[in-house]
Each structure stands twice: as C-alpha cells, then as structure tokens.
Design a protein around this ligand. Structure first.
Ligand SMILES: NC(=O)c1ccc[n+]([C@@H]2O[C@H](COP(=O)([O-])OP(=O)(O)OC[C@H]3O[C@@H](n4cnc5c(N)ncnc54)[C@H](O)[C@@H]3O)[C@@H](O)[C@H]2O)c1
Length: 346
C-alpha cells in the first residue's frame, strides 16, 4: 500500500490544532481532502495546510477522493451519521470523542464497521500520553496486584468551552462529563483492563453554567446552557473494582486538576503525574520517575500513527470501538441515574 489517503470532516478547533498538524507530519499518509459545512473555514484550513480537496458535502468527498481513512471532527451529534456514512462508503474511521451521543448510536457505528470490514476507532488520545503508557506497563507487570479502587478527577475550577456548540444538549449529548470527563474515564477503564461495569450512580448540577460567571475561556451562552457543569459518580465493576469519579467544567474548588489514582492489593499508582506508592521494608514508600520516554510528546502524533498503522497492516488500533462504547454506556448511565435519582444497573 502506498501513501494512505486521509480526509477530515469538520475543520474547527480539534482538526486545526491536533489532527491536521499531526496527520500532515506523518510521512505514511497524505491529507488530501477536508469537508465542512462552512466554506470560509474550508478555505482557511485548505490554505493553511496546503490541502486542495475542499468539500461542503462529505459524501461528495467520499465519492471523489478515494479515501483510505477519515477523521470525524464535527460536533458530537454528527459523529454517528458521518462515521456510518464513511464506513458504508468503505472508508476507515477515526472518530473524535465521545464516540456518539448515546449507546444506540455507538452500537449502530460498530455494526456499520463490522458489516463493511472497516476500522472504527475513537480519539481517546490520553492513551497516547507518556504517563498513561508508562502506567499501563507498570500495571501489566503485576506490580499493583488486583486493582480494586480507582479515583478519577477531571476538575476544572472554571473552563466552560465558549466556542462551538458545547453547551447545547441536543448537539453534544451533555456537558462536562461527555466532553471532558470521558478522557480520564476512558484512561482509567483502559488501565483497569476494561472490566464490565455493572452499576452506575451519579448526580449532576447546572448551578454555575446557567448564570453569568467568571470563565478564563470567554463568555459562553449561559442563557442556552442545557448541559451539566458538574458530575459526581460511583461505578461498580464485575471484578469487584469500584470507581469514584468527579468531573466539572465549573466548580468552586481551589484548583483545576486531572488525576487517576489506582489502588491495588500490592501497590498504588497515580497517573498525572506518575507516582507509585507501596508498603515495603517496614516503610510506606513513594517513588516517581526521574525520566520516562517521550514525556512531552503531543499524543495526537501517536494517535495518528496508530490509525495509519492499522489501515496499512490490519493490526488492531490501540482504542477499539467496543472500549469506546463502554465509555458511552457508562456516561449514558450516569445521566440516566442523575435524572432518575437512583443507581442504574447495566
Ligand atoms: N480529543 C480532544 O481532546 C478534543 C478536544 C476538542 C474537541 N474534541 C471533539 O472534537 C469535536 C469537534 O470539536 P471542536 O472543538 O473542533 O468544535 P468546533 O465547533 O471548533 O468545530 C466543529 C466543526 O465542524 C463543522 N461541522 C458541523 N457540522 C458539520 C457537518 N455535518 N459536516 C461537516 N462539518 C460540520 C463546523 O462547521 C465546525 O467547523 C467534538 O466532538 C469534540 O468533542 C476533542
């Protein structure tokens, strides 16, 4: 196979700032076309990255460009339809996170991938961060023993996206959790080995997002804020593990922080920054790496290489569609639990 022909659907923030810089640096592929419903965005991005194939209709792009792979970078509502259309056109898909608005859409995407024998992967790029890769290695060595307790924090003191359609439930499916919390949730599940979730309990709030407030990311449309600004959740897994998760776009806490803290029968491990803790030699010890490979690499580089490699070799991608669906299943159960006021069994 020669150079892999890549197209992109949606030319907003994530396409411009991560996927286009990363895919255009990958020498095994060529970004030959982009599609967006906004012509001015197409013109701008086409000129910036030297891409000639510009389309306001992605189906026309599929018909004309003989694409091997497409990266779906639209608002969440269009992830499923654009991915399914691409898969049905025989094109491999890397879809931005979250996979879909809900599990029904996610399952339809997987069915389309299976029917067409094409790759479907999801942009959980934290898996390509050096700390997550190192943590996976430590866990696979057995050093932590059985991991039975995980604490996940994705807390922004103030960080409500003020651009695009992030605060609209009908377009995004939710707020802080489906947008931001999904990354650390996915990484935690990946590090746990994706055990089956059996029960989810959650509460959520909209106290800060629905009124004017301080926000370093600019003024969002608080009058049309129909999503959650904060979530707290408790998840049980079939292997006996428990997850406590807190996520916010805006919350009155002293600091913004992202952490994944795993506690096993033999040792514990925190991921951001990486730190191992253990009882040994009659002492409680903690240690951190003085150096780790590729610590400051842009994770989108590894993500692009993973997708291109899967297209070229047929090897599985680092993030399977089934694993991405597990995130969507859990987030959906969080929303259903918060609405119902009780735990949801899965
Ligand atoms: N992995 C990450 O950390 C990360 C970060 C930011 C955004 N994202 C995800 O990327 C996606 C896009 O986010 P963004 O910040 O780039 O949003 P954005 O609003 O900046 O860009 C979205 C683009 O999609 C275009 N678009 C809308 N409907 C379309 C359609 N039907 N066909 C073609 N183009 C269409 C819009 O015109 C716009 O240019 C979201 O799903 C978001 O969750 C992921």
């Amino acid at each position: 196979m020669g150079s892999v022909r890549i197209g992109m659907i949606g030319t907003g923030g994530i396409a411009r700032n991560r996927h286009l810089p990363c895919f255009t640096k990958n020498t095994d592929c060529e970004v030959v076309a982009i599609a967006d419903v906004v012509q001015t965005s197409l013109d701008e991005v086409g000129a910036q990255f030297g891409i000639n194939g510009l389309y306001t209709d992605y189906k026309e792009m599929f018909a004309k460009e003989r694409l091997d792979g497409v990266v779906v970078c639209t608002p969440n509502k269009f992830h499923a339809p654009a991915s399914i259309d691409a898969l049905n056109a025989g094109i491999n898909v890397l879809c931005e996170k979250p996979m879909a608005l809900d599990p029904t859409e996610g399952r339809a995407m997987i069915a389309a991938a299976e029917k067409n024998h094409k790759i479907l992967t999801v942009g959980f790029h934290y898996r390509h961060r050096a700390q997550v890769k190192a943590a996976k290695k430590v866990i696979e060595s057995g050093e932590l023993g059985h991991i039975y307790m995980v604490r996940v924090n994705a807390l922004r003191r103030r960080g409500i996206p003020s651009w695009g359609s992030f605060v609209h439930k009908d377009i995004q499916g939710g707020g802080a959790m489906i947008d931001f919390g999904v990354h650390t949730l996915d990484s935690a599940l990946y590090l746990l080995g994706n055990p089956k979730p059996i029960e989810v309990s959650a509460t959520l709030s909209q106290h800060l997002g629905t009124k004017p407030n301080v926000n370093p990311w600019g003024q969002w449309n608080y009058q049309q804020f129909t999503v959650e600004d904060q979530v707290a959740a408790f998840v049980r897994f079939d292997n006996g593990a428990t997850m406590l998760l807190e996520c916010s776009w805006a919350l009155n806490v002293p600091e913004t922080k992202e952490t994944i803290s795993l506690s096993g029968t033999e040792a514990g491990l925190d991921v951001f920054p990486l730190k191992i803790n253990k009882a040994q030699h009659d002492m409680l010890l903690s240690w951190s790496p003085d150096w780790m490979p590729n610590e400051n690499d842009e994770p989108g580089i590894g993500q692009a290489a993973d997708f291109i490699n899967a297209i070229k070799t047929g090897q599985p991608t680092n993030c399977t569609a089934a694993q991405a669906l597990q995130v969507t299943d859990i987030v959906d159960a969080m929303y259903r639990s918060a609405a119902a006021g009780h735990a949801i069994s899965l």
